[in-house]
Structures are given as C-alpha cells and as structure tokens.
Design a protein around this ligand. Structure first.
Ligand code: BDR
Ligand code: CA
Length: 303
C-alpha cells in the first residue's frame, strides 16, 4: 500500500470531498493523515472528520493548518457555503481534529517514514511551503508530491484554457517555494482536469447507492452546482489523487515550472517549459472516459 497524506481545502469546491472519499475507498492507499489549508482550516478539518465518520473510519489523523497565504496581505476567497449540507453546530462539537499544527504533523510523519510518504496536495500550497521552510530535511525524505495545481498551456488544448489556476493563485509564493524545492513533483493542472467533468447522469448513479455517505456527497455536489449555476463540475482533485492509484489515466512530460508572483496581471501564472532533466512531471493528456468510469465505480462501491 502506498502511504499518502492529503493536504486539502475541502469545503469550497466539492471535488476535494470526492477526492478524499476516493482515497479512503482505495485499497491501494494507506492514508496516513489529512491536513487542511486556506481559510477556516478548523471548519475544513471538521468536514473531513464528518466524511470519515460516514465511512466508519476513526483512525486517520485530521490536522488543521495555516489559514492565510504566506504573504499575509493576500486575500482569502471564502464564498460562505463551506460546511453546508454536511455539518451542524451540534455535530461540530464532537468533531475534533488532532491537537497539533498541520505543519508539524507533516514534518513528523515525513521524517518518521523516510522516502515513503506521497503528499497529495489539492489546495493552495501554504502548509507544504511552511513545512519546507521550517524543516528542509523533508525535501530528501518525502517520496513525491502529486499536486492539483497550475496550468501549463503548452499542449494541444492550450487556446481554450485560462491563464491562472486557483490553488496556485491563492498562494503563489508558497507554490514557488514548493516548485523550487527539488522534491519530485507531478503537476496535474487545468490542461487535463478541465477534461473530466461529471454531470447529472453521474450524480444519479451516486444517488442510486442510497447510503448516508453517498447522500451527503450528492447534497454537497448539488450545493456546489447551485453556487456555480451549472449542471456539472470538474473532478480536478480526484484526477490528481487517482495518479497514485492508477497512473495510466495520465500522460506526463518533464518540465521546468516557474510561478509568477509579481506580474501586474499574471500573479499565480505557472510558466511551464519542457525540460527533460527537470524533477517536475506535468500531466499533458488524460483518458477522461476511463478515469470517470473508475471514479464513479469507486464512489459507488461498498469497500
Ligand atoms: C482547484 O481549485 C479548487 O476549486 C478545486 O478544489 C481544485 O483543487 C481547481 O482549480
Ligand atoms: Ca481543492
């Protein structure tokens, strides 16, 4: 089993909750911990704890992390629906994360398991950057980072893509620290994640399962779609997570990645340059159909 820690901004876009469920329903993975980042990280940790409870899991540590970007004056985007459809005030009282800071938890776990932990980052990179700054020894001791973040815009679909991706834009300085660290990284950006939407037909399949867990996921998906004013949304984070279960859904190419932190219009942009010698692999194409089939089957499975 592959040892993973997931660092997440669960609660805003529904795809984090889907990715966490996918991880915990995957026998290939041993989830060593889940850390939360960006905005109200205690509330995000309580959402994770509730998801775990719905899956009958009580032995995965959940740890709250940093609330603000490294440059404290950068704004935090908090649309306000976080926690709706899954948490009540009463339930929150019993949902207590580990009494430790996420940055310390990450450092300890990585050093206790040299070259064994895969970090799956599905939110802004503040916790990971702070851990690197506090304890640079984690650079040699972490196995790899699989990251949902960035957009390369150098592949076939480039003209259709936005310039800037949310996780990098929310904390570009942190992203820059992580990309420059030397840690082996797989960057799963919008180039591929925008190709894996789910729609009402997938929602219906999840609805048909009829457990408390799937009913909750359906409610969270509907809340997010109402916010987006849409009938579908992309499974960015589950696609990144799937890379540590079934890497064959994605093709990658080695690239150097630079994060723009100072441009007038381009803060958060990832500048991606093909470079065979780079420690960063960038996802360039995806087998969307097979991935979505795998995802929905796992979400609906009894495991
Ligand atoms: C990323 O931003 C968030 O909205 C999603 O959860 C994902 O991690 C996509 O740009
Ligand atoms: Ca996310």
């Amino acid at each position: 089993m592959k040892k993973v820690i997931i660092d997440t901004d669960v609660g805003t876009d529904v795809d984090d909750a889907v990715a966490i469920t996918l991880a915990l329903k995957s026998p290939e993975l041993k989830v060593e911990g889940i850390t939360t980042v960006y905005g109200n990280t205690l509330l995000r940790a309580q959402i994770v704890l509730k998801l775990l409870k719905l899956m009958g899991i009580d032995d995965v540590p959940v740890v709250a992390g940093i609330e603000k970007p490294l440059l404290r004056e950068r704004e935090v985007w908090w649309p306000g629906h976080e926690g709706k459809g899954i948490l009540t005030d009463e339930a929150k009282r019993d949902l207590k994360p580990v009494d430790k800071h996420a940055v310390d938890f990450l450092i300890e776990k990585i050093l206790e398991n040299p070259k064994e932990i895969t970090l799956v980052t599905i939110g802004p990179l503040t916790n990971i950057a702070a851990a690197i700054i506090k304890e640079p020894k984690i650079i040699e001791n972490v196995m790899e980072i699989i990251m949902m973040g960035g957009v390369a815009r150098i592949f076939d679909n480039a003209p259709e893509l936005p310039y800037i991706e949310h996780n990098i834009k929310c904390d570009p300085e942190a992203a820059s620290v992580v990309f420059d660290s030397g840690i082996p990284i797989t960057m799963v950006g919008l180039d591929v994640t925008l190709k894996v939407p789910i729609d009402r037909s997938h929602l219906q399949r999840i609805k048909d399962v009829g457990t408390e867990l799937t009913d909750t996921l359906v409610r969270l998906i509907e809340i997010w779609w109402r916010f987006l004013k849409s009938d579908s949304s992309c499974m960015h984070d589950p696609l990144a997570l799937s890379y540590c279960i079934k890497p064959e859904f994605l093709e990658t190419t080695n690239c150097k990645v630079i994060v723009e932190t100072q441009g007038k219009y381009t803060v958060g942009q990832t500048i991606v340059i093909p470079d065979e010698s780079s420690n960063i692999k960038v996802a360039c194409s995806v087998d969307s159909e097979e991935f979505i089939k795998f995802l929905i089957d796992r979400l609906c499975s009894k495991i």
